[in-house]
Design a binder for this molecule. Structure first.
Ligand code: FE
Length: 357
């Protein structure tokens, strides 16, 4: 996770600064952005995406446009804190975040500036972007269920609701309840079924846990394979990453674990986005819009699919990723992404009440 990188780089208030392949020298620094003549030739990108395969995505933009990308990668929480503390002096042009919960938070904190891009409005489906143009989803991921094929029957775990059923007592594993991936899942449930039903579900989940929440999504999948957990939740790309791994240990994990599209006969699988927008005080606004439009191009969309095993949001983009393709089509929930973030406040209240750490 990006949070780990933040911790590793340590120094208070400073994140990991990564220069793109086209960066001329490390001495240039973000302070150079104000120099005359350099106005639209560079872009300061604040990113909470934590996927190494994104390198090609950024390099490609610089090669196409001549715009150098100065990138700061932080965990989503430290990134939002940094933007807030920098205020009007922030050099950030584009802010990329993972999960609708965080995008919504940045939106209501006024960290984006709404834009009206004909390209983005045409290419990004309305349900995958903010209704005021402050942010856009660029890739989707699903929150899926994985289970131990040796001891759990798929029909016992084919909906989110069933994970809270007594049949799954002592089997359930998830990452922390207050992680954005969990907040959004619960937030969507609040939107769909109301706060009381969502609370009942969260209570059932806590009662069914095989162990206290810990680790990331991949850790849950591995714990299912090891037999510690019977069933777990994970974002889809972590599963596909293991499917594509050539490491025999990962292959052994994939062999033992079953994959389920949750809620196919009812509300559909929970879908979330990775996305971003133009920073409120962007010094290079035109470059920022150009970069976001680039992210909606067929080429960039294909990088999301091939690099990080996410689905493109733009219709008609060819996915050249056999493992991702092998998961097939599925029914997604129809809760608008912009309303999922809103539900996270109620979701956090619920988690506190039921002791879902
Ligand atoms: Fe992730």
């Amino acid at each position: 996770m990006a949070g780990a990188r933040w911790a590793r780089t340590g120094k208070a208030g400073r994140g990991l600064l990564i220069w793109s392949a086209l960066a001329v020298s490390a001495a240039a620094g973000l302070a150079a952005t104000g120099q005359a003549g350099a106005q639209q030739a560079e872009l300061n990108l604040y990113s909470a995406r934590h996927y190494q395969t994104d390198e090609a995505l950024y390099r490609n933009f610089s090669e196409q446009t001549g715009i150098r990308i100065n990138r700061i990668e932080l965990g989503d929480e430290p990134l939002l804190q940094r933007l807030k503390s920098e205020g009007a002096n922030s050099p950030a042009d584009v802010v990329l975040l993972v999960d609708a919960a965080r995008l919504w938070r940045a939106q209501i904190d006024g960290l984006f500036q709404p834009i009206d891009s004909k390209i983005l409005n045409e290419r990004i489906p309305a349900r995958l972007r903010a209704n005021d143009g402050s942010w856009f989803g660029f890739s989707t991921r699903a929150r899926v269920i994985v289970y131990d094929k040796a001891r759990v029957k798929p029909q016992e775990v084919d909906t989110y609701e069933k994970l809270a059923d007594p049949v799954n007592k002592g089997r359930v594993c998830t990452r922390s309840g207050s992680h954005p991936y969990m907040l959004s899942l619960l937030g969507a449930m609040v939107e769909r079924s109301g706060e009381a039903a969502a609370e009942q579900w969260a209570r059932g989940m806590v009662a069914n846990m095989a162990r206290p929440p810990r680790g990331g999504d991949t850790d849950q999948i591995r714990a299912v394979a090891s037999g510690e957990c019977g069933v777990a939740l994970t974002n889809s790309y972590y599963w596909v990453r293991l499917m594509r791994s050539s490491d025999p240990k990962d292959q052994a994990v994939v062999d033992k674990v079953g994959f389920i599209w949750p809620n196919q006969a009812s509300s559909g699988t929970h879908v979330n986005v990775s996305g971003g927008g133009v920073a409120r005080h962007a010094p290079h606004r035109a470059s920022a819009i150009r970069f976001l439009e680039y992210l909606s191009s067929a080429q960039a969309q294909a990088y999301f699919a091939d690099g990080n095993n996410e689905w493109p949001v733009v219709k008609g983009v060819e996915v050249g990723n056999p493992a991702l393709k092998s998961l097939g089509a599925y029914r997604a929930e129809d809760v608008p992404i912009s309303s999922i973030g809103k539900g996270q406040i109620a979701a956090q209240r619920i988690l506190d009440r039921v002791g879902y750490r």
